[in-house]
Design a binder for this molecule. Structure first.
Ligand code: SAH
Length: 350
């Protein structure tokens, strides 16, 4: 890797930025380069034989390639792998690869740490260290795909790792465009999900970008008092404002939002909660993912008993909602939702 200070990382550089840099190039030229890099995994401009020598030299003068480095891997009994990745400045993040019969899902991070301070999430204990760049976001997919065999290659991506994606909107949008562009990584928009704690203003901004990936909303409570306690961001964007925003979100036909609901024993798992949840979600095209709380040391919460979780689900199904109990993956390696905290585990991982 050549990190000459005048050069820029090609990974994550958007089509708009490239057009600004090479104003006399035809757009298809940029698509050709994207195809080399994101589809064929080429990391050497001199090998891009359908470009002229001058173009290749110009690219070489302006750009280098860098993706996060795999620092450590932890294997779960369920087949998942938690990757500890090191960034160019030494910062550490985690991504989790989860295989099932039909798909191989990668859960990626968007920030080093997080500033939302949700009381049930381990990442919160780090605070926000910094935002990831578009290169570091899409680079997680590239670095991990390179580590995997061809039949293990990533088919789905969820933005559910460390950080709040919509608190880092610009780089997340750039990464999403490259991931889903037919001339770049070629992922179907149906196979990419961005999860948010519900930053209403940012959801409205995101919607203007016209990227039709799936949106998952972490609701996690059915009254403002409880949600304020679990997710302080609720004080800024209370439940009603969030629900109104979702009602007005222009979804493509056949598409629906995912509502995530972390079940915490004695806090948000009663039948009254299920009733209120059904009421809030009336008229919003959605499916509901119930996530029994994933524990970590020093956490004040516990997951409900299975029977209670099933009762909660049954109520929602009885109200004609699609409600699923999300099978928790990688819990034995602290690789599940809300268990990622690369920085604090650094000493035990390396
Ligand atoms: N900031 C984003 C994405 C990261 S969290 C968001 O809030 O959506 C991804 C999902 O994990 C969210 O639905 C969150 O509510 C859930 N989660 C966080 N901590 C958890 C825990 N300890 N157990 C189960 N789910 C958790």
């Amino acid at each position: 890797m050549d990190t000459d200070s005048n050069k820029q990382n090609f990974i994550g550089t958007s089509e708009t930025q490239l057009r600004e840099r090479f104003t006399n190039w035809k757009p298809y030229r940029i698509h050709q380069i994207f195809n080399w890099v994101y589809h064929y995994g080429c990391r050497d401009f001199s090998k891009m034989t359908n470009l002229s020598k001058t173009m290749r030299a110009q690219l070489n003068d302006h750009f280098y390639f860098s993706t996060p480095r795999v620092e450590n891997k932890t294997h779960s009994q369920d087949g998942s792998i938690k990757y500890l990745l090191k960034l160019d400045d030494g910062a550490l993040i985690e991504s989790v690869w989860m295989p099932s019969d039909s798909r191989k899902t990668l859960c990626i991070s968007t920030q080093v740490g997080c500033r939302l301070n949700c009381s049930f999430c381990l990442t919160a204990s780090l605070g926000l260290k910094r935002n990831l760049t578009a290169a570091e976001i899409i680079g997680q997919c590239m670095a991990i795909n390179e580590d995997l065999s061809q039949d293990e290659a990533i088919t789905n991506v969820v933005f559910m790792g460390m950080g709040e994606p919509l608190d880092n909107l610009g780089p997340v949008v750039d990464a999403l465009r490259l991931m889903t562009a037919p001339e770049a990584m070629r992922m179907s928009t149906r196979k990419v999900t961005v999860s948010t704690s519900g930053l209403v203003d940012k959801i409205n901004e995101f919607q203007k970008e016209n990227i039709h990936i799936n949106l998952a909303i972490s609701l996690n409570a059915t009254d403002d008092q409880t949600r304020d306690r679990l997710m302080p961001i609720n004080k800024k964007y209370p439940i009603k404002a969030l629900m109104d925003c979702l009602k007005n979100y222009p979804l493509k036909p056949q598409r629906r939002h995912t509502i995530e609901y972390v079940l915490l024993e004695g806090i948000n798992d009663s039948i009254d909660d299920a009733r209120r949840l059904a009421k809030w979600l009336k008229g919003i095209p959605c499916k509901i993912n119930l996530i029994p709380f994933n524990s970590f040391t020093r956490s004040e919460y516990r997951p409900p008993a299975d029977k209670k979780t099933l009762k909660f689900q049954d109520y929602l199904i009885g109200q004609n909602f699609s409600a699923f109990i999300r099978q928790n993956r990688a819990t034995d390696i602290l690789g599940a939702c809300g268990q990622l905290a690369a920085e604090s585990q650094k000493t035990s991982c390396v």
